[in-house]
Design a binder for this molecule. Structure first.
Ligand code: SPQ
Length: 431
């Protein structure tokens, strides 16, 4: 636990920062590089704790992974030659590691046991275990596989045609990755397309994946070919400085190389709807599209966030709730009940912590209602060990009239290790 007290007097944000690599893409680069035979190279890798835990898991499977700054080299004998781990695979705080690895390990040739931290121990795993069991996966775990620790005996699987009950890229990815080791063609159907990094990156590794509308499918028996992966900046990390630039008076913040995958960029639509001054430039179309984003402070207006937009910005809702406290009118966030099963219950956490700062905010069953603009004052906040709640509190401190203390800021290193350095870099005191 690292308590931090923040007090910014009349500050403004000026300058440019490069946000760290995308967490979702970084995890997948290690997993896919480990599944492929040979040497995969990764640039722009996120050195966040979650992704470092993914690396440690694969080292225990006999994969050689060398980290030099944000460049990573993965040398693997291929999934068919992984060694059976003699130790438990520890997935830390990472839902992505735990859920995607379930799909990968279920189709491997090894027996393994996975467990994570106290937050992971409470997050639901049946959403992945159930479809994998339909594929004949052999997975045992606490509460019949709902919670970690989970034991997985790898084997050849059977393809399924699966209609997703929740919008979740983790569930979709686990099924598709298991489908690589299944007899037949695995099909996943979604009402709204969740983030598609798995489909895009599998293609980079030479796998044929069909995607049309909300349907993704692949034939079993395909192997991955080692390649090079360029990780874009994480739009979920950029979100904190996009909002900071919008709410701190007289600010201009430039963020380059931000991932602009259309299944992830819902925040851009919301910023525009809320009248944020945002410029998108230098657009690049690689395997993952990127752009430079420039934001300047402005008069904000309320909006409604719900429906198909939710999967495109689910991780940005805590920081968008803070933005809404500074907007004129009532912002409604709905259809976001998935927030309750993230690192913590993010509906309760956001409402409780923003209330302590003086916001007018109420929780609903599937989101929250925020009325603004409200001046924020100092408070003693909790992060609940959730990186995104911790960062929301720190950005709130930039506009709070008084000291903001956050009980545990160490968790921020899960996705944004140099977050406070970037705040330092951008803040200029006017007093
Ligand atoms: O990995 P983890 O802990 O689940 O991380 C979070 C986050 O806020 O960083 C969610 F708590 O991101 C998920 C995201 O919410 C990462 C992810 C992925 O990489 O596939 C998909 C989303 O989760 P889900 O449950 O909708 O599939």
């Amino acid at each position: 636990m690292t308590e931090k007290t923040l007090h910014y007097l009349n500050c403004t944000l000026q300058g440019a920062v490069t946000v760290p690599g995308d967490k979702s893409v970084s995890h997948r680069s290690i997993m896919f590089g480990a599944m492929a035979t040979g040497t995969t190279t990764v640039e722009g890798f996120l050195l966040g704790e979650d992704c470092l835990d993914t690396i440690k898991c694969f080292r225990k499977l006999g994969v050689t992974i060398d980290v030099q700054g944000t460049n990573v080299t993965i040398t693997s004998p291929g999934i068919a030659a992984w060694q059976e781990p003699s130790e438990v695979l520890y997935t830390g705080n990472s839902g992505t590691t735990t859920r995607l690895m379930l799909g990968v390990l279920a189709g491997s040739k090894v027996h393994s046991i996975m467990t994570g931290d106290a937050s992971i121990a409470k997050r639901p795993m049946r959403r992945v275990v159930d479809p994998l069991r339909l594929m004949e996966a052999d997975i045992r775990g606490r509460a019949n596989g709902q919670f970690t620790p989970l034991a997985i005996q790898g084997k050849t699987l059977k393809a399924i045609d699966y209609k997703m009950p929740v919008a979740s890229a983790q569930v979709k990815s686990a099924i598709l990755l298991a489908g690589l080791h299944a007899e037949g063609t695995t099909i996943v159907r979604e009402d709204v397309v969740s983030r598609d990094h798995t489909e895009r990156m599998l293609r980079q590794f030479g796998v044929t994946v069909a995607t049309e509308g909300g349907v993704a499918s692949l034939a079993g028996g395909q192997t991955l070919t080692a390649t090079h992966v360029a990780v874009p900046g994480d739009i979920s990390s950029a979100a904190f400085f996009l909002v900071a630039g919008a709410i701190v008076p007289n600010s201009e913040v430039v963020l380059d190389n931000v991932g602009m995958n259309e299944t992830r960029d819902g925040i851009i639509d919301v910023l525009r709807a809320m009248n944020v001054n945002l410029r998108v430039s230098n657009e690049m179309n690689g395997a993952e599209p990127t752009a430079t984003l420039t934001v300047t402070s402005s008069t904000l207006q309320s909006t409604t966030i719900g429906g198909a937009l939710i999967p495109r910005l689910i991780d940005e809702i805590p920081i968008l709730a803070l933005l809404a406290t500074q907007a004129h009118g009532t912002t409604i966030i709905r259809d976001a009940e998935e927030l309750k099963v993230k690192e913590t219950d993010r509906i309760t956490a956001v409402v409780d912590e923003l209330t302590k700062l003086g916001a007018t905010i109420e929780a609903t069953n599937d989101g929250m209602v925020i009325t603004g603009p409200t001046p924020l004052h100092g408070a003693h906040l909790r992060s609940y060990g959730d990186h995104r709640i911790g960062m929301m509190g720190a950005i709130a401190a930039l506009i709070a009239d008084g000291e903001v203390t956050i009980d545990d800021t160490a968790c921020i290193a899960i996705s944004y290790p140099n977050f406070f350095e970037h705040i330092e870099q951008l803040t200029k005191s006017l007093s």
